[in-house]
Design a protein around this ligand. Structure first.
Ligand SMILES: Cc1cc2nc3c(=O)[nH]c(=O)nc-3n(C[C@H](O)[C@H](O)[C@H](O)COP(=O)(O)O)c2cc1C
Length: 184
């Protein structure tokens, strides 16, 4: 089964983006083994210490040592991705460069109408930077606006159109990832 590490840009306990991630994790569990890797406690990136990285960074990187693919789920903060997520990605662009060449898909949910579109545009740019080099699924976007109307109190995604849309993107991602795994 494809082993996927999920990085989620919101660390608050009632995060819609975490709920979305948990929904994806559960719905496709027969085909994707998605593990949410915590990013809350990772030290701030600092080039002075990167060769003897703090334990929080070593732990984070070691959890990614054998993953096949990545899922990055981001809210939008001030038209960009949250700092906690950028920090995690900056660490991954250095040394062992865990995301380089790895199939990656991105998703995001926000309470506004635009559903993280600006944050996701920036996230694609970041993931395409030479240090990152992630292999991002082209032509597919999971952008969920007005998420507060689509996820119920139990944290389940209830909007049928959104579910069907996600089904289609996941199908594309599995095909994309399997093709990469055959090549490598
Ligand atoms: C500091 C801050 C900045 C925000 N900026 C934006 C924004 O630029 N665009 C947007 O659509 N929503 C923005 N929001 C609203 C978030 O979309 C909303 O809080 C969302 O629920 C955050 O994701 P989460 O539920 O996973 O924590 C902002 C929220 C915060 C706390």
């Amino acid at each position: 089964m494809i082993k996927v590490a999920a990085l989620v840009g919101s660390i608050r306990k009632d995060s819609y983006n975490m709920k979305l991630t948990n929904f994806i994790q559960e719905r496709y569990k027969d085909r994707l083994n998605i593990n949410v890797v915590p990013i809350r406690d990772i030290a701030h990136y600092d080039q002075d210490i990167e060769h003897e990285a703090p334990a929080s960074v070593q732990r984070f990187k070691s959890e990614l040592s054998d993953v096949d693919a990545y899922l990055v789920v981001t809210p939008e903060f001030n038209h960009s991705i949250p700092g906690v997520l950028k920090n995690a990605l900056d660490w991954l662009s250095r040394g062992s460069r865990e995301m380089a060449g790895k199939p990656t898909f991105i998703a995001g949910a926000s309470m506004g109408a635009l559903g993280t579109v600006r944050a996701q545009m920036q996230l694609r740019q970041i993931l395409n930077a030479p240090g990152m080099g992630a292999n991002v699924l082209p032509g597919n976007e999971i952008l969920i606006g007005s998420v507060q109307n689509k996820i119920n109190d139990q944290g389940q995604l209830t909007d049928q159109d959104t579910i069907e849309f996600i089904d289609g993107v996941i199908e594309q991602f599995i095909l994309f990832t399997e093709a990469q795994l055959v090549k490598s």
